[in-house]
Write a protein that binds this ligand. Structure first.
Ligand SMILES: Nc1ncnc2c1ncn2[C@@H]1O[C@H](COP(=O)(O)OP(=O)(O)O)[C@@H](O)[C@H]1O
Ligand SMILES: [Mg+2]
Length: 337
């Protein structure tokens, strides 16, 4: 049985650009799919097709059991979407924005007001609640947009790079909100450029590049393909590189990489913090003085390099599923609902 979000063979071209080159997805009900990829991979285009904002050239999609191409209006009633300021009206205050969304979803004025108040607290916007959204900083708008997507809990939610541009504290809070949402049974498709985020939130991950899914699996499976975590050690003196290398080789699941000029040694490992403590003890026993040591998880770049042989491009873009442009119907009012 197809999942709550199902897509087969999605193709979308913009002139010469094949933004989607045959994307297949299947997200079981009540689970979170992380769509992970660098800028320009096709994440937003996928979200826009699945949320009825954009017609694919070919392929099919079913969301919440409804055919996306045949019944877009019904699909819109069953989903929530958060993209780049998709639902935010600049001239309304934060509070008015959230109340308006509630009323569009047929909440009573009193319920909409209560829900708005709750969400403003939740997203640290209470102090700015009664200022027009156009006075908000980028991070505040992003939080307001996310809050707007959470006014009601639809059975299927899409979030396009929800935490891009958020500081660590707000990111952490948003993760908690998302986990609660999913705990309540919502199916979620989330796009991100950060493996760490997908790792934290997603049951399954699809890695996309150039409009194609190039790998799928759980976070553990992908990391195993990438060689797991890395221990990084910076030794104090150049002549300590050799003994340090011998120690690390005993723990490594792959080659020990050495950068002579920075005296840094890196090795893929499995075993986490416990292993790190053992490595430190062993280095100490061998008399190796260390300037720095740490366990680092594979980054999206590590995953990319291992999957594609090339690095993901510089990450600077935002999620922007809700943007308005010539390619799709207006996302502002009806699209985002
Ligand atoms: N409306 C559009 N017009 C022209 N090209 C577009 C449009 N939307 C997306 N693209 C192109 O399609 C590719 C995929 O874009 P997108 O889905 O936004 O990637 P991502 O969200 O992963 O960064 C990019 O090369 C992008 O420039
Ligand atoms: Mg995008």
């Amino acid at each position: 049985m197809p999942g709550a979000i199902y897509a087969e063979g999605l193709v979308k071209t913009f002139g010469d650009v094949r933004a989607l080159d045959g994307v297949d997805l299947d997200v079981p009900e009540g689970t979170v799919l992380g769509l992970l990829g660098p800028n320009g991979a096709g994440k937003t285009t996928t979200v826009r097709v699945l949320t009825t904002l954009l017609q694919p050239d070919s392929g099919s999609a079913v969301v919440a059991g409804i055919d996306v191409l045949k019944h877009p209006n019904e699909v819109r009633r069953s989903i929530g979407l958060s993209g780049q300021f998709a639902a935010v009206d600049e001239y309304l205050t934060g509070r008015e924005n959230l109340q308006m969304v509630g009323q569009l979803y047929q909440m009573s004025a009193r319920d909409a007001k209560a829900r708005a108040g709750q969400l403003l607290e939740r997203f640290n916007l209470a102090d700015a609640a009664d200022r027009p959204a156009k006075t908000y900083s980028g991070g505040m708008r992003r939080r307001l947009d996310l809050a707007a997507a959470l006014v009601v809990s639809p059975p299927v939610m899409f979030m396009d790079e929800p935490t891009t541009g958020l500081d660590p504290r707000n990111r952490q809070q948003l993760w908690e909100v998302i986990q609660e949402l999913v705990g309540g049974g919502t199916t979620l498709l989330l796009t991100t450029q950060y493996l760490e985020e997908a790792d934290h939130l997603a049951d399954d991950i699809c890695v996309v590049d150039h409009g194609k899914v190039i790998a799928r699996g759980t976070s553990d499976q992908l990391k195993a393909r990438t060689g797991g975590e890395r221990v990084e050690v910076v030794v104090h003196e150049p002549d300590q590189i050799t003994p340090a290398r011998e120690v690390l080789a005993g723990y490594g699941k792959g080659e020990v990489a050495v950068a002579e000029h920075t005296r840094k040694l890196t090795v893929p490992v499995t075993g986490g913090a416990k292993l790190l403590a053992e490595v430190i003890r062993d280095l100490d026993t061998r008399g190796v003085e260390i300037d720095d040591i740490g366990l680092r998880r594979p980054t999206l770049d590590d995953v990319f390099i291992s999957l594609t042989g090339h690095a993901a491009e510089a990450a600077e873009g935002n999620g922007d599923a809700g943007r308005e442009d010539a390619a799709g119907p207006s996302a502002r009012k009806e699209g985002a609902k």
